[in-house]
Design a protein around this ligand. Sequence first.
Ligand SMILES: [Mg+2]
Length: 181
Amino acid sequence: MRYIIFDRDGTLIKHKKYLHKPEDIELIPGSRDIILSFLKKGYLLFLHTNQSGVSRGYFKIEDVKKCNEQMIELLNINSKIFEDVCIATDYPPGLDSYRKPSTKYGLELIKKYKIESSQLIYIGDNTSDLETAYKLNCIGYGICLDKKNSFLDKDIVTKRFNFTIHDSLSEIKNEIIKNDN
Ligand SMILES: [Mg+2]
């Protein structure tokens, strides 16, 4: 059994600063395909999203949930997609925070589903997504759609964490399938 934790903004949907309106949600190419492929393979999928806009007072957690629902609607997949969703609203992060790069959420999943860390994958567009994976000793894949506006520190991600960075979700899908044997 394999487990994938997806980041949301910049990974499954286009990154827009403090996005909180469902009508502004646009899927990233390949998002439906990667999700469908791994659901069919029986992987369990999770969503872990940092949404500091809530604690900054820019929008409410209900807005985040509505945006998640809109994303799920646009993905148009006829079954449950995410086994569980974690919305980290706090900023600055407290000691007990779920905000990535906190490992709190990952550790809870590892315990609940009895996951071996080599079976757990984080996919994200931010160094903090991959730092979370690194600290959990699991696998991380970086997605970078726009090299000019990247949230990934290439040196840290590739040299320190030893993860790869890809310019499309389909490339990541193929990598995971290749390494799945
Ligand atoms: Mg992101």
